[in-house]
Design a protein around this ligand. Sequence first.
Ligand SMILES: C[S@@+](CC[C@H](N)C(=O)[O-])C[C@H]1O[C@@H](n2cnc3c(N)ncnc32)[C@H](O)[C@@H]1O
Length: 328
Amino acid sequence: MNPVKEKIMDRRIVSAYGTKFGRMYCGKAEEVLEKWPPSHYKGRVQLIFTSPPFPLNRKKKYGNLVGEQYVEWIASFASILKEFLTEDGSIVVEIGNAWVKGKPVMSTLPIKALLAFQEKAELHLCQEFICFNPAKLPTPAQWVNVERIRVKDAFTRVWWMSANEKPKANNKRVLTQYSESMKDLLKKGTYNSGKRPSEHKIGAKSFLTDHGGAIPPNVLTPAMEEMIPELIEVLPIANTSSTDPFLTYCRENNITPHPARMPAKLVEFFVDFLTDPGDMVLDPFAGSNTTGYVAESKKRKWIGIEVKPDYIDASKVRFDLSFRQSVF
Ligand SMILES: C[S@@+](CC[C@H](N)C(=O)[O-])C[C@H]1O[C@@H](n2cnc3c(N)ncnc32)[C@H](O)[C@@H]1O
């Protein structure tokens, strides 16, 4: 092959699979993003949504760096990924909690990693979210179940960042159901206005317009039916084995599911909130491709990158027609 052609071929990458709206690539994100066609999307991605490998105190199946090395590694992605954003695009990164090996002490690495990522590319922190998952197993078992000196670790931290102070966003697209008391109030048309103990002044008509739903809080939580009544306004983000069709499918077909899948509802929230149909969504650490699957279902274009071929293979079933029919 002549050297020019060889160079061009070297810069190209063939996708592992494609769908109507997206493509999944196999390889290290830092390398794949430099290849064509992915590199063609520099400046064109509206949302980068990802859950990078966590800094664990023991190695999970997909292998993780530990300590400061992990922080440096995550931060090294910030500038690479920023190049792919549209002017008003967003980067949303989910990182779970980690514990110091052998001690009942939390690791500060996830927080350091997020901060290093945000600082490295001079991104704005638009908002921090907490993704609460009450279905999580009680871990770390030694401290929670055996010695009973810690409580269950049940949330992950989600940072919404952007290059621009006002990235595209619309909270009207992620409204939640009004609480019963709010519904009553809207029906009655009156309430006690005036000063509250918190010093806030509540106007006589402040809460009497029906906006079609409540503005969600930045704590994202499980399905309504599983929620305690006081949390009725918060978001449905369940990912229990009973409600996850991907997991059920994997079990029934003897496929080992990805060990750290994100709840699809978490991705849905940010795709609805921060993108429009036709926009491009990128997940550089795609795993079982929850991001691509949600983007596809919402008619967003998508690119997924995953280093482990086995995870890519398993993720294909998300797009298998018969599987999809049973999901939607
Ligand atoms: C926390 S998991 C993502 C899970 C995914 N959000 C899902 O819902 O299935 C992180 C993934 O990043 C992958 N990974 C690790 N290093 C990578 C790299 N350099 N490039 C691409 N993928 C990588 C791991 O194999 C793992 O599947």
